[in-house]
Design a protein around this ligand. Structure first.
Ligand code: ZN
Length: 149
């Protein structure tokens, strides 16, 4: 199975975050003109998610037109169109699209609130923005929202 990768256009920043939370490699670039964004999608074999009808028409080979303007519905559109499931228990930083690494609890302890280190034993960290994630932060909510079926 080929796991799809995405490129979100400038209007779809929130959608990009959600796709990352689901575990999908999603690039989001704010300032890129149409020609460049299409070229990038083709070069990196990414599905270009856009709300711009003209842009979608110019690149029917890579573009996927998003209809809804509500992020929850946008996520659902993409899930349905590409039959996505929640890949994993948070592998990718929702903010930077970087892959998270496992942070040993003794390392995490130095950087997180005490009650968190007493409650949880599994932590992940983003190599780029250094945010730390644990099951209480996003995981449960996310898994509730997107059952992996
Ligand atoms: Zn990050």
């Amino acid at each position: 199975m080929v796991i799809p990768k995405f490129l979100a256009d400038c209007m779809l920043g929130k959608l990009a975050r959600w796709l990352r939370i689901l575990g999908y490699d999603t690039k989001y670039l704010r300032y890129l003109d149409d020609a460049k964004i299409i070229a990038l999608a083709r070069f990196e074999h990414r599905i270009l998610l856009t709300k711009d009808r003209d842009l979608a028409k110019r690149a029917p080979d890579v573009a996927y037109l998003i209809f809804s303007s509500r992020v929850e519905e946008q996520v659902q559109e993409v899930i349905n169109a590409f039959r996505l499931t929640c890949l994993t228990h948070l592998t990718r930083c929702p903010h930077c699209n970087e892959l998270l690494f496992d942070l040993p609890p003794e390392e995490a302890k130095k950087e997180i609130p005490l009650f968190v280190s007493l409650t949880f034993s599994q932590f992940k960290k983003c190599p780029k923005c250094h945010r730390i994630y644990w099951p209480g932060t996003h995981w449960q909510k996310i898994i509730r929202t997107f059952p992996s079926s």
